[in-house]
Design a protein around this ligand. Structure first.
Ligand SMILES: NC(=O)c1ccc[n+]([C@@H]2O[C@H](COP(=O)([O-])OP(=O)(O)OC[C@H]3O[C@@H](n4cnc5c(N)ncnc54)[C@H](O)[C@@H]3O)[C@@H](O)[C@H]2O)c1
Ligand SMILES: O=C(O)C[C@H](O)C(=O)O
Length: 358
């Protein structure tokens, strides 16, 4: 067979392997099979990314956005429900990344093996009247199990933790990795990007600017008073009245609750969160890729305060976090906010650490 014939045979092989029905007993395994021994045919060069909790309110639009990211060559979608449908759907998008689905705990290891970046939005969301800490009981165990899988199958991956309460789930992940002997604080990042996204939007509204031109650092953590926007450090430089500061701080701190109440029992922020998570994941990938000057706010192991974890600006690079930037000058209002934030954060961190070591 000539060269053209070889190519045609290879194409027919790919079609046939798609059309041939697997034995019923292997249906799930074959249709969802991925893992390290499956070569990504036709995949663009790039990074391997797994989303754990990919069938959820955040997971599905996040999968869509990651499938569109040119830095992603392989996209693994893992959940305990519905990944066959989500994977089939996303896989029809004519973008470069090859998509594979994984369903249920027995497929977690295949989902994780070889990954460069693992994004975790698995877990239950809030309903009106709940705090993020009310999610701890269920989500702490989910995050622990998933991170045990990461430690075993892709210990060098960058991990983006979205599952709430982030102030506790990131310390949980750290403790799991410490126990497994794989902990690298540079590779574990709590996703607080939605706070920055909201702050940029609300500040731009007040200033009459395009939100894409506004950058507000948000430090501390990701719950209530631990969310501390630094309105004295907004870019472009600007000033606010005390009424504006009070309105903006409250609105940014309650952004999540605003959505939870508007959804009236149907969950919390999913679409804006998927946008924020995709933006943050893209920053992590650009860092891994070697791009310079990538700075994002994130909740990470930190020495900028006396607390072991804190959200602030971090510079991302080939190994994850390359530098944690200093907080810069805070005004009196922000210093008072910082004290309140630290008090609540200390308790949330301790709760996470104790959960793994009990
Ligand atoms: N960090 C942030 O800024 C931020 C923003 C919004 C939501 N969240 C949090 O993200 C989490 C997910 O929110 P959502 O709206 O997507 O919820 P959701 O209920 O719509 O989806 C969660 C998904 O997780 C899956 N899941 C549950 N247990 C799992 C396990 N053991 N392994 C893998 N997958 C599992 C579920 O099957 C579901 O598909 C919540 O904890 C929410 O509070 C965080
Ligand atoms: O508010 C929530 O419970 C979800 C998330 O943390 C958010 O900020 O939207």
């Amino acid at each position: 067979m000539g060269q053209g014939g070889d190519a045609a045979a290879r194409r027919m092989g790919r079609i046939a392997s798609h059309l041939r029905p697997p034995p019923a007993s292997q249906m799930e395994e074959v249709s969802l099979l991925g893992g390290s021994n499956c070569r990504a045919k036709g995949a663009a060069p790039g990074f391997k990314v797994a989303i754990l909790g990919a069938s959820g309110g955040i997971g599905q639009p996040l999968a869509l956005l990651m499938k569109m990211n040119p830095l992603v060559s392989v996209l693994h979608l893992y959940d305990v429900v519905n990944t066959p449908g989500v994977t089939a759907d996303i896989s029809h998008m004519n973008t470069g990344a090859v998509v594979r689905g994984f369903l249920g705990q027995p497929q977690l290891e295949n989902a994780l093996t070889g990954m460069d970046l693992v994004i975790i939005p698995a877990g239950i969301p809030r309903k009106p009247g709940m705090t993020r800490d009310d999610l701890f009981k269920i989500n702490a165990g989910i995050v622990r199990t998933l991170c045990e899988g990461v430690a075993k199958c892709c210990p060098k991956a960058i991990v983006n933790v979205i599952s709430n309460p982030v102030n506790s789930t990131v310390p949980i992940a750290a403790e799991v990795f410490k126990k497994a002997g794989t902990y690298d604080p540079k590779r574990l990042l709590g996703v607080t990007t939605l706070d920055v996204v909201r702050a940029n939007t609300f500040v731009a509204e007040v200033l009459g600017l395009d939100p894409r031109d506004v950058n507000v650092p948000v430090i501390g953590g990701h719950a209530g008073v631990t969310i501390l926007p630094l309105l004295s450090q907004v870019n472009p430089p600007c000033s606010f009245t005390s009424e504006e500061i009070s309105y903006l701080t409250t609105r940014i701190q309650n952004g999540g609750t605003e959505v939870v109440e508007a959804k009236a029992g149907a969950g919390s922020a999913t679409l804006s969160m998927a946008y924020a998570a995709a933006k943050f994941a893209d920053a992590c990938l650009r860092g891994l890729h070697g791009d310079a000057g990538i700075v994002e706010c994130s909740y990470v192991a930190s020495q900028v305060t006396e607390l072991p974890f804190f959200a602030s600006k971090v510079r991302l690079g080939r190994c994850g976090i390359e530098e944690i930037l200093s907080l810069g000058p805070l005004n009196e209002f922000e210093r008072a906010g910082l004290e309140k934030a630290k008090k609540e954060l200390a308790e949330s961190i301790q709760k996470g650490v104790a959960f793994v070591n009990k």
